[in-house]
Write a protein that binds this ligand. Structure first.
Ligand code: OGA
Ligand code: ZN
Length: 375
């Protein structure tokens, strides 16, 4: 219980000093907009019943008192009364500056390949599938590091979809509910050949991009085919540190991404690096195979190319890269808005078969929040 040491108000705002010495200022309109009474919020769903235009534009605090159970506020000019739980106010009062979003680089642990010293974020699939703390920790690793490696995932075709069912929802695409990553003739995507793939994020040509990707290894007896991961948020941060103008250009320049085959023509327009209102990095879209014709004025192109090259050079630094071999029965689960993946070329002899699928970050975070809340 957060104790109120002192409170005072004028018509514009209410100021509270808490027993721990901290203080907050609650503007009248904010208080009214956050009224949790039955006229303002549906008691069952908790959803808001009033629109901002239903609140008098000149709303003011008429009276305020603390009656032991809660804070009672009477608003002018309409006399609306609200009761606020001090704990709720303590946790939710307007902060001095906007806090970082849970998708942004600000709250995450940025990494280079060597940082893990062989100890990757990982979980056994039986524990992951049982839920509870193992699932919570694995999903927290996706939030904090952008990936987790699952071991002992049954080598059953379609298993990747069951894995998604443990934390979220399958994102079906033109490749199907899942896609087969193995060499095939007339491949509509370089992923389905034995060529190496440079570091990339999948599907920047979708709107929205699938936020979660899974790659499940069913078979791997070829020479080569090693996997590489790297932290795109760290790479973007390095770009900003090394040349702020380059960083800004990539954040400010919207370019076209496209995928075309016999059945699909997918297009999206977005920047290579997306930042939020705090300037924090929130999303990377980088895939040299999927950038469409650059329709930028020549002057802009002359600025864009050096910035794009600089970012690509950072992404080629081996010190950033984490390389390992994905073995049969292992599954990589990663944030496709942050962690880039790559693959070394592999031999024609032998067989390599992965099944991949997509999901979205909101479902994954939802499961994580509930587990963290003890639910
Ligand atoms: C993909 C991909 C990597 C691999 O299918 O998107 O990048 O290891 N595959 O085959
Ligand atoms: Zn890929």
């Amino acid at each position: 219980m957060s104790e109120i040491a002192q409170f005072r108000h004028d018509c514009d705002a209410l100021e509270i000093t808490w027993a721990d010495g901290s203080a907050c200022r609650l503007p009248a309109l904010w208080l009214r907009d956050h009224c949790r009474g039955p006229e303002c919020r549906d008691p069952v769903s908790g959803q808001r019943l009033v629109n901002i235009t239903d609140i008098p534009a000149d709303v003011a605090i008429g009276r305020a008192e603390f009656d032991g159970a809660g804070l009672i506020v009477e608003f002018a000019p309409d006399g609306h009364r609200s009761q606020f739980d001090p704990d709720w106010i303590f946790r939710n009062a307007p902060p001095a500056s906007a806090p970082p979003g849970d998708r942004s680089a600000a709250g995450k642990t940025l990494w280079r390949g060597g940082d893990f010293a062989g100890a990757l974020p990982r979980a056994g699939y039986a524990q992951f599938a049982a839920g509870g703390t193992a699932l919570r920790d694995a999903l927290a690793a996706v939030r904090d590091y952008g990936f987790v490696l699952l071991d002992d995932v049954p080598r059953r075709p379609g298993q990747v979809l069951d894995v998604i069912g443990r934390f979220g929802y399958v994102r079906e695409t033109n490749y199907g509910t899942l896609f087969e990553v193995r060499t095939r003739v007339d491949a509509n995507n370089l992923a389905y050949t034995n060529r190496g793939l440079g570091c990339h994020l999948d599907n920047p040509y979708r709107d929205p991009v699938p936020g979660v990707q899974l790659l499940h290894c069913l078979e791997s007896t070829t020479e080569g085919g090693e996997s590489i991961l790297q932290d795109g948020f760290l790479a973007a941060q390095l770009l900003r540190d090394e040349n702020d103008a380059h960083f800004r250009l990539l954040a400010d320049t919207w370019i076209d991404f496209r995928f075309v085959d016999a059945d699909a023509d997918l297009r999206a327009r977005a920047p290579l690096i997306e930042i939020d209102d705090r300037g924090d990095i929130v999303k990377i879209r980088y895939n040299n195979r999927s950038i469409d014709t650059l329709r930028l004025p020549p002057v802009r192109l002359a600025e864009f190319y050096p910035a794009y090259r600089h970012f690509a050079e950072i992404l080629e630094r081996e010190s950033l890269q984490l390389e390992f071999r994905l073995e049969p029965g292992q599954l990589l689960l990663f944030d496709n808005t942050r962690v880039l993946h790559a693959r070394r070329a592999y031999s024609a002899a032998g067989a390599r078969h992965l099944q991949g699928a997509y999901s979205d970050l909101d479902g994954l975070y939802s499961t994580l929040y509930r587990l963290e809340a003890g639910g």
